[in-house]
Design a protein around this ligand. Sequence first.
Ligand SMILES: Cc1ncc(C[n+]2csc(CCOP(=O)(O)OP(=O)(O)O)c2C)c(N)n1
Ligand code: SF4
Ligand SMILES: [Mg+2]
Length: 707
Amino acid sequence: MSEIKALTGNEAIAYGVRLARPKVIAAYPITPQTTIVETLANFVADGSLKAQFVESEGEHGAIFTVMSAALTGVRVFTGTSSQGFAYGYEAIAYIPGRRLPVVMAVANRPISSPGKAVECDHSDTMSGRDLGWIQLYVESNQEALDTIIQAYRIAEDQKVLLPVMVCIDGFYITHTTEMVQIPEQADVDKFIPPYEPKHVILDPANPMALSGGGTSDENMGYEFLKNEAVIRTGDVIKQANDEYAAMSGRKYGNGLVEKLYCDDAEIVLVTMGSMSGNARLTVEQLRAEGKKVGLVRVRSFRPFPKDDFLALGKKVKVIAVVDRSVSRGAGEGPCVTEIKSALYNVEGEKARVIGFIAGLHSAEILTTDFRYMADKALKTAATGQVTGEIEWIPNFEITTKNPVPVKHDKLLYPGTTACPGCGMALVVRKVVEAFGQNTVLVENIGCGAWNAAQGMGSITGIGLAAFPSMPLPSGSACATGISLGLKEKGQEDTKVVLIGGDGSLGDIGFTALSGAAERNSDFLCVTEDNEAYANTGIQRSGATPQYAWTTTTPVGEAEKGKSTPRKDMPLIIAAHRVPYVATASLAYMDDFMKKLAKARQMRGFRYIHVYTPCPTSWRFPPEKMIQVSRLGVTTGIFTLYEIEDGKLTITVKPEKFKPVGDYLKLQGRFSHLTDEDIEKIQHDVDIAQAQMYDWEKSGLSLPVASG
Ligand SMILES: Cc1ncc(C[n+]2csc(CCOP(=O)(O)OP(=O)(O)O)c2C)c(N)n1
Ligand code: SF4
Ligand SMILES: [Mg+2]
């Protein structure tokens, strides 16, 4: 008997993925996709999914990892959203040309415009609609699960061999709970038998090299074939939909579009994704009032169901299309453009096409809005006149206000939106105190920017010139640009400080950080190390210590927290031979302030790494923040030091080290450790401490790169 469970849309996706039995999964957390990855991590940890699970350093890496695993002939899965889609774009664009059946779930969310963009619309996936991916947009949690399974069937079909994006509306679907029927594993195994590609590209038994070249003519030929394959996929999607219906009893229209009351309709509304529920309700109400209104939900945007709209365009008077994204400059949404283009060459009577841009950044599309749209379409049908071909709806605030300078009377204001006991707010405050007014503060997205310094310039936060939401991978590049711009303007006295998390600076943004260090760019970088991606819900980062529980390094039958030791960022930066590297702790504030003052006086690239315990992720009571910080140092887990000219000075030397258990046992993230595990950690810490003290005593400096 198949099971029925209450699942969020993201969990439904993860259940679908587990049923498909992929061999390699790689992903990077981003709201609102994160819980897909977390659920899959749990499946791997509890042994119910046998797959290699890669917690990647960013989306670029995650998507290239699954692409490359697919090159060896195994089934793969990844997922992303918004900025992650943008950051992974090179990899996303690479895959269709290699004809690899990668399946990727995308939790639809806008790509950042000036304001915050943690909402829902289709502008992320729409920006990749022409790359050669199949794009399926779903309406419900059940359809999300079913479509993931169908996606493998479609992608792996010999007539297709293309990647498939399963697009689910962020928050509306990803985070709402519905009853979902989970198909039987045996049925799914029959529907998508093990992936056995007829050609494995990277196979030593049959060596071949993927050409990066080709003549212009040959390459144009490949483009032709790719385009043909996407178009051809329409029939495969239909067949998969029919056969899935035979297996599960669930059918989604003809696979490409789902129609309601279209046979005798005078006008039809066209929708995509979660908005279709309100549209359906409105159409039912209008029908009850005797109005000849129909609904078409576009499920497959690529391939676009041109034939369905050709047929419809000959039957109905008006097609009213609702787009949840906009082709800026074209003045309309991508779906309306497709439908107009499909109908352009139709001879004789054909439907008029009108469009609505709605629901951007999660603006609600209510039944009253759909009623308004349907009324407009009915009026157009009655008069034959199109007035206002494209309309933005519902009402929104036109944000054309001129910026009004805010009068600041303080550098620091009380209050923060961080969790109680968060160390980050303290770090930001101490940096501002030490650096003063003539400073530009750059903050990478993460808890520090969103929480610790949130409200800058209003009643909480700080009153400095600041850019508090630099894209996760690029804070160091942005700080470089700001410092060079100020120099060109003769404002060399203005200091630039970049604050970011261990995840942003150490993983996804490490390339830019290393570049800035190697160039000796003129700014201070402060890393707030809370040993996790806290802002997205406590996933593992490169700085997460071995054995620690996080949502992507769970503790289960098959796993015991993170399996590898933490990345030592300050020492890696020191290897760049920059003017100044230091570590700091919130329990040793004098030491931290001295280091900030020293870094302020210097020029070039300076780096301070602050161990910043996070009560929420590390699972200890907020009032113990300073105690945990202090124990981190007195047990020898963290060493407080400075490195100048490659030489190490330890700045805080506990008289006698305490046992590491005192530190570990205060934190829930280590609660699964046995006495034996703790002994092993003690052994590692003893060695690391001895090495640091020996290095200082030797007076030796870090080797300089030759050449
Ligand atoms: C390209 C990209 N991918 C993913 C995200 C989602 N994201 C926002 S904050 C964050 C975690 C950052 O971790 P860290 O730098 O350690 O900061 P913390 O929240 O722990 O302070 C992630 C993964 C993003 N903003 N951009
Ligand atoms: S999750 Fe941790 S780092 Fe983020 S605001 Fe809360 S305590 Fe601070
Ligand atoms: Mg962090």
